[in-house]
Design a protein around this ligand. Sequence first.
Ligand SMILES: Nc1nc2c(c(=O)[nH]1)N[C@H]1C(S)=C(S)[C@@H](COP(=O)(O)OP(=O)(O)OC[C@H]3O[C@@H](n4cnc5c(=O)[nH]c(N)nc54)[C@H](O)[C@@H]3O)O[C@H]1N2
Ligand SMILES: Nc1nc2c(c(=O)[nH]1)N[C@H]1C(S)=C(S)[C@@H](COP(=O)(O)OP(=O)(O)OC[C@H]3O[C@@H](n4cnc5c(=O)[nH]c(N)nc54)[C@H](O)[C@@H]3O)O[C@H]1N2
Ligand SMILES: [Mo]
Length: 764
Amino acid sequence: MWIKNSIMSFKKSDELKIQPPKKVAVGFPAIASVGFRIWEETYVGRGVKTMLKLNQVKGYDCPSCAWPDPDPSERSSIAEYCENGAKAVAWEASKETIGADFFSTYTINDLLTRSNYWLEKQGRLSTPMYLPEGAKNYEPISWEKAFELVAVQLNKLQDPNEAIFYTSGRASNEAAFCYQLFVRQFGTNNLPDCSNMCHEATGVALSETTGIGKASVKLDDIAKTDLLLIFGQNPGTNAPRMLTELQKLKQNGGKIIAVNPMPETGFMGFKHPQKPWEWIGDGTPLQDLYLQVKINGDLALVKAILVLLHRAQKLDASIFDATFIEKHAVGYNEFIDQLSHEDFEDLVIQSGVSKAEIEKATEYVINAKKIIIAWAMGITQHTNGEDTIREFVNLLLLKGSIAKSGAGTLPVRGHSNVQGDRTMGIWEKAPESFLANLDKAFSFKAPRDHGVTAVEAIEHLISKKSKVFIGLGGNFVHAAPDTEVVEKAMNDADFTMHIATKLNRSHIVHGKSALILPCLGRTEIDETSIGKQFITTEDTAGRVRMSMGDLSPVAPNLKSEVAIVCGLAATTLGNKSNVEWNRFSIDYNLIRSKIEEVIPGFDNFNEKVKRAGGFFLPNPARDGRFVNNTEKAKFSVTVPANKQIKKGRFVLMTMRSHDQFNTTIYGFDDRYRGISGDREVILMNKEDIKNNGFENQEKVNITSYFDGKERHLNGFKVVPYPITKGCVAVYFPEGNVLIALENKANESQCPASKFVEVSISKMN
Ligand SMILES: Nc1nc2c(c(=O)[nH]1)N[C@H]1C(S)=C(S)[C@@H](COP(=O)(O)OP(=O)(O)OC[C@H]3O[C@@H](n4cnc5c(=O)[nH]c(N)nc54)[C@H](O)[C@@H]3O)O[C@H]1N2
Ligand SMILES: Nc1nc2c(c(=O)[nH]1)N[C@H]1C(S)=C(S)[C@@H](COP(=O)(O)OP(=O)(O)OC[C@H]3O[C@@H](n4cnc5c(=O)[nH]c(N)nc54)[C@H](O)[C@@H]3O)O[C@H]1N2
Ligand SMILES: [Mo]
């Protein structure tokens, strides 16, 4: 069923309250907030017990973000977690469950009127549920029948490419490896994932320039750097444990430059959550320089810095690392040639930052011998994200700041195993080397035609090229851009199926028939007929570690993701597959042995991963080897972004609040920004509010423009905020209605979730 007003699903909790943004991150309020959440979700026992195992050597990997753990000797013995990690655990460890009774009480139409917040709040999914064509309610179904249903739906397709197999970044290495093997044996590379909407630009730009689409630094490099530039990231909320490393960096005398259209609390002051003596006072100030760019002004800003650097180098040749460039890089002359033709004044205007501040930033760069550049969604979710990242690499190469201690690239990943899923082959364009190894290890021929990205998946569903959507985790209809279009695409499908822990919007905006298969969470014990199993994940720094839950499963009829994927594969592929799916599903060591055969760097996987702290995957760029097509690090020549919008309009970004994990809304308190009680708000600069004749908290209508089409989001309250003039912000996923499917990067296909042209008008 198609509901026009899809925004209904984000209804606010209570009255909007606005306070000035906080000046210090973490400290006591964070601990208090965690305590409350554990109490609320789990009635203490389940939550507190499991919190002690979080990120411990013998514990489980935090299901929240992908920030690396310290080496075992440096870990806190009680708790290696942050406020938002704790919220993620409390959310998963919820004591409530929903099953047959719940689904017979609520029809699909009832559920469509509920917010996603409400849906997830009902508790953990506890038994497989089936929605037959035309039915009003989901009904219980056995695991066996559920697997058979999927097999029928898949096997009746004329072409395997008519099915789409999405993955969210929480799936373990073992589940992901089995899933991609199943999908490729079924006959397609249609393996889009959340990466396609996240760090895809990073993968594209870094693979080409440094030869590896991942960070080149390890956790302990951060404290050793002279200068850390952080672009488009809000670590205080989205990677809180990063602040601990930033504090160490400061204590060692390093400098931090934060580049962001709004000042984020995490950079201003920090109090360590596990050091109560730090809870009083103003905390450690982190940023030395804050550059308030225009949205997407980063490319111009870096170019402007590079121009000044080049000028300075003419007076002092030691500013560039000539030896490194000579030995390790290609493309220097073309790059310098372009730089000499740049119009500095124009770059300054495009960036939105003053000339004096650009000069100051350049001075920091000149004086630093070791530089790290970190970035996240404020850089990747643009049509030109790849080029901005190429400029980051240009800067690092000029300074010889890669492949040495305390220097390099630091794209900060999102989902806790999004990087591992890619390593395991969740990739619509997996390289030939991976596919060839897979062929060999399993004696079959994997398809070679590229599959669809997340955005292309929607296009294929709309054009009926695809008819089945299967999701291993995630909440695709709220994560993808253009909510109304995605919901229509899902409704058009013949069959939709999700493997999930909690009920969400993607389960009730369904195809003709639909299935929900409930799985164990990472906090829970996974015991098969041969004993307890563990899984593995990979963090941002490329470290692989084991993870083992310690809570009893919340319901008896749950299966692990691995068991579900193996069950689906065995039933769908039947004797067309020679994989021992049943043995895989009870003994994960067998899966890991196969991973070892297929993917470089996993030799002795089963043994190595049991060592305290796990092991690092090979990272040639870290060691000074650049394995791209030139065998050298590459300077790039980029095209200026300079995107124009119509006069009187604004550039809108979508961002996360402090109280959510992607589409999961934990609560309504964006504590650091001082905004609580309501998420239907638009953050706007005071002067813009005044110049447009709006009042504080007045309700306005937002209209977005792309390719001649308008999209609307009405009745959002104006909140004055120190954001760059001409820029506005709303929360993700509420704002997704405004993002045209076609508003995406050419190269990576990543939706431009941080650059939407809008006008804002009074509501009546
Ligand atoms: N608690 C919690 N943790 C999370 C998540 C979560 O939702 N909740 N999500 C996880 C995931 S999947 C991811 S990918 C990461 C996301 O982590 P972030 O990338 O930090 O997430 P966003 O809220 O999207 O924030 C982007 C930041 O970029 C800034 N920004 C926007 N546009 C621009 C621009 O054009 N230039 C610059 N320089 N800055 C800009 C915004 O002001 C904001 O500070 O976090 C992960 N961790
Ligand atoms: N406008 C806008 N859109 C964005 C973004 C943005 O910044 N702005 N960010 C993008 C980014 S960076 C990302 S990564 C995507 C995120 O996209 P997704 O990964 O698709 O979304 P999530 O909200 O993380 O998925 C939440 C759901 O995952 C399920 N889940 C949770 N834990 C588990 C588990 O252990 N196993 C299984 N099987 N299921 C589980 C639960 O049912 C939960 O409802 O969204 C993207 N969309
Ligand atoms: Mo992400």
